[in-house]
Design a protein around this ligand. Structure first.
Ligand SMILES: [Zn+2]
Length: 488
């Protein structure tokens, strides 16, 4: 087994505790020992690397990704590896690649299709997991199942609530996925593909999670004027189904809702006293998704990230394109669809408040197939560490790292990940705390971050001395075994 010692590192272990100085022994895919190791005779002859002045921490877990298809198409996963990400949670916002066979599923599933008519080709979730294992990526995958995907697979018409028979079919598909090891189920009740689903439908489908450790994540029905009702719906749904709840990309959208996170966070805290609730957040005041009029109406600026019929307009403002064409923005959006955009619709003070909260996990929500993507795809994690922790002092580097490692592993039940401890998997990042910073901006959205020196996934370097390697050690992370008590 390959062994290596990283010596003199300043270790931030992912728990939120203060850093300490130690050497670390990597044995195969695990952390074999921690302590004063470098000069011990039993380790003589083992490869050593000096980490003087650097921080060694657990690899980052992207709590909110849309990398379902990117993992298969671009297994090098450069946008994530260059940030220090070693695990991505997929299947967010109700959108997963499996289980669904369809040549042209409706929006927002195009968000992960990458214009590939054969993207949705997995009849079962196990088939998708097998595909990931046959062609491993550089990073680990913790996959979830999307509600919209299930609806499209099981229903003849998604513009209405599911019938009892359709619910039974969704539950069967979800059960299959959970038994294959899916770590959770997500909804995107905001999107047209799931908008017609009442809470009762979600509760009924969620019964497939019974007896498992799988979580429920939700892109809520409304993140604007009706956010309180949406939060209550989310709490109630999770409570009835008796599952842990993770609210996706928590925000308050639209100018008239600026400042309201003071209330929403209190509401979440109250619920968290009764049930397991947390949320993820990306560190920007603009969001991004498919083209939707509803979102454009709440934004003070809209910029195009992708357009199938008009790729030449990507990177430009919707308002400029509309003016150039001499049409309304609404009309321009219809001509540009299917596509995607960056929507400026948040208040920086809200973003700060959410990031600082103890229940916040960091998730990029990056869009890997956009041609001019939101910079969060390449910048999220170094931005939290460099801009928010070091430069603005919003929280300590230890707390920033906890929100992207230990906390996330605990909430998603990813055993052996997210901490530096003996016996844990050697998913590790070596970074320069003085230099770490995002370089991706809204004008130059794919610039890699600075300050990440090395990234190890299951003990293998996927980035070394700042450069990507050819190693593809990523695994599919299955949640702990479904308990026997579960009966459908
Ligand atoms: Zn979402």
């Amino acid at each position: 087994m390959h062994q290596m010692i990283i010596r003199n590192a300043s270790i931030i272990d992912g728990s939120g505790k203060d850093r300490y100085r130690a050497d670390i022994l990597i044995v195969g895919d695990r952390i074999g020992a921690i302590g004063n190791l470098a000069d011990r005779s039993e380790y003589a002859g083992i490869e050593q690397r000096d980490a003087e002045g650097l921080v060694l921490c657990p690899g980052f877990i992207d709590a909110h990704s849309h990398d379902d298809n990117a993992l298969l198409r671009d297994p090098g996963m450069a946008p994530k590896v260059t940030q220090g990400v070693t695990t991505v949670v997929t299947g967010n916002c109700g959108i997963s690649l499996a289980p669904l066979v369809s040549k042209s599923p409706p929006s927002p599933l195009d968000l992960i299709a990458a214009d590939d008519p054969l993207a949705f080709r997995y009849e079962t979730f196990a088939d998708y997991m097998t595909a990931l294992e046959e062609k491993p990526a550089a990073v680990n995958t913790a996959p979830m199942v999307g509600h919209s995907t299930l609806r499209i697979a099981a229903m003849t018409d998604i513009d209405r609530p599911a019938t009892a028979g359709e619910i039974a079919e969704m539950r069967r598909l979800l059960r299959e996925a959970i038994e294959a090891g899916a770590v959770g189920f997500s909804t995107g009740l905001f999107y047209p593909s799931s908008r017609a689903a009442p809470a009762e439908e979600v509760v009924a489908v969620l019964q497939a999670l019974e007896g498992s450790q799988a979580v429920y994540t939700t892109h809520m029905r409304d993140e604007a004027d009706e956010i309180d009702a949406s939060l209550e719906e989310s709490f109630e749904t999770a409570r009835q189904a008796n599952v842990p709840l993770i609210i996706s990309h928590h925000k308050c959208m639209g100018k008239r809702n600026f400042g309201r996170t003071t209330e929403t966070l209190k509401r979440i805290e109250r619920a968290a006293q009764e049930q397991d609730v947390s949320f993820d957040v990306y560190p920007y005041e603009a969001g991004s998704t498919v083209l939707l009029q509803d979102l454009a109406d709440k934004s003070y600026r809209v910029r195009l990230t992708r357009s199938k019929p008009h790729p030449e307009m990507v990177g430009r403002e919707l308002a400029d394109v509309a003016a150039e064409w001499g049409v309304t923005e609404h009309e321009a959006m219809q001509r540009l669809s299917p596509g995607g955009a960056v929507y400026y619709m948040m208040d920086q003070a809200d973003v700060d408040r959410v990031l600082k909260h103890d229940l916040a996990m960091i998730g990029s929500d990056g869009m890997p197939h956009d041609h001019f993507p939101h910079p969060r795809l390449w910048g999220t994690f170094p931005r939290v560490l460099g801009h928010y922790a070091r430069d603005r002092g919003l929280f300590s580097l230890e707390m920033a790292i906890h929100r992207m490692t230990g906390l996330t592993a605990r909430k998603f039940h990813l055993e052996g990940r997210g901490t530096i401890s003996e016996g844990a998997f050697a998913d590790l990042v070596l970074l320069d705390p003085e230099k770490i910073i995002d370089r991706a901006t809204f004008d130059d959205p794919t610039a890699p971050a600075d300050g990440i020196q090395a990234v190890f996934v299951n003990g293998e370097a996927v980035l070394d001395k700042g450069a990507l390697t050819a190693a593809r050690p990523g695994r599919v992370l299955r949640h702990a075994e479904v308990r026997e008590s579960a009966v459908l």
